[in-house]
Each structure stands twice: as C-alpha cells, then as structure tokens.
Design a protein around this ligand. Structure first.
Ligand code: SF4
Length: 192
C-alpha cells in the first residue's frame, strides 16, 4: 500500500493531491473498476465520492450490493488533469503505467467477476475501443467482465435509464446464477 501511495511511474504523480487506492472487501467476489479519480476523489482519497458516487451507491443498491461486499478501484489511480480545474480522460501511456496496480488488485482479491464502469475503464482493462458493442453482456476474459456505462452517464443522459436498468438486470441475473448473495433490490432516484 505504501508503495502505491508513493508511486511516481507516470506524470500524474506531479498533479495529484494523493493516490486513490482500491477499497472494499479483500475477499470480494465482484470487483468494480472505474476510469480514474476526479477532483473530489483526489481531495478525499476515496473512490466515487462525488455526485457520480451517489449514483454508484444507488446502482449497487439496485443490484442488491453494498460497498462493503465489493472491491472498488480505478484503472488509473491518480487524477488526470491538465489545468487542475477540469478532469480529463487518462492517456494510454498513463493507463499502461498504472496497469500493474490493477493486476495487483486482481491477484489479491481474486474476484469471480469484474464490472467496468464506462468506456475508458472498459478500454483500460480489455484494449477494446467498441464499448457499445460489448456493454451489458459478459465479455470473455481471464476474469469474466461485464461492461456497464459510467454512473455519471445517468446524470447527463436521462433517456439512458431504461437501457441502464436492462444492463443491471442482466448483471443481477448473472450474479444470482453464480450464487453471489444479493439483497432485495432497492428502488432509486435514478433507476426508478
Ligand atoms: S497514475 Fe498510477 S502509475 Fe501513475 S503515478 Fe499514479 S499510481 Fe503511479
């Protein structure tokens, strides 16, 4: 953990406030991987702590999960920004530099299924650029992977809720088939 906190393997080490490590249950059966920390996460050192984090918690509740039974991390552990004010997507070189930390999480947690959140997270893990073709269904990989859109998508694209709800239903059925314990799904502001 100290090694990660001191990591300077890419240029994002110069602009970050702090590294945002993965969190959750070390024996989690599901790993959620997002793109990279934003401004709020960089300040607090906790993944998904901004407004997208509230939606993420609602998505988990809709699936019947909570943060304490999953592992949550980012493909890139430091906030990508050029100006300090705005977030940007991580560059491929930053994704590649940070890859060993993702692999370390996979070795340590050994999840049965990985859920990527957003186009960039999916690309970071698989190298696939065609997110639309693969979202909402199981993608074959060493650790089977289920690509979801980024939770912030629901803030900007209200019309996407139905599609997102269908993807979550697919994922919930998949988790049930694997006998992963789920709570009854909770309705949410975003998912209905
Ligand atoms: S983004 Fe990853 S590789 Fe780059 S400095 Fe941060 S922890 Fe290290």
């Amino acid at each position: 953990m100290q090694e990660l906190k001191n990591c300077r393997k890419c240029g994002l080490a110069h602009t970050r406030t702090q590294v945002v490590p993965g969190t959750g249950a070390e024996d989690a059966r599901i790993m959620f991987t997002a793109e990279a920390p934003g401004k709020q996460e960089d300040r607090l050192g906790v993944g998904f702590s901004g407004s997208a984090g509230k939606i993420f918690d609602e998505i988990l509740a809709h699936l019947g999960l909570t943060r304490d039974v999953i592992w949550l991390n980012n493909a890139v552990r430091c906030r990508p920004t050029d100006t300090g004010a705005k977030n940007r997507a991580p560059h491929p070189s930053e994704i590649a530099a940070c890859r060993p930390w993702l692999e370390q999480d996979l070795r340590r947690v050994q999840p049965e299924i990985m859920v990527t959140l957003g186009r960039t997270a999916f690309f970071s893990v698989t190298g696939e650029v065609n997110f639309t073709q693969f979202r909402g269904k199981l993608y074959p990989a060493t650790v089977p992977l289920f690509p979801l859109a980024h939770p912030a998508y629901l803030i900007y694209r209200k019309t996407a809720v139905n599609e997102y709800r269908q993807d979550l239903e697919q994922l919930r059925q998949l988790l049930l088939k694997r006998n992963i314990p789920l709570l009854p799904p909770l309705p949410s502001r975003f998912m209905g």
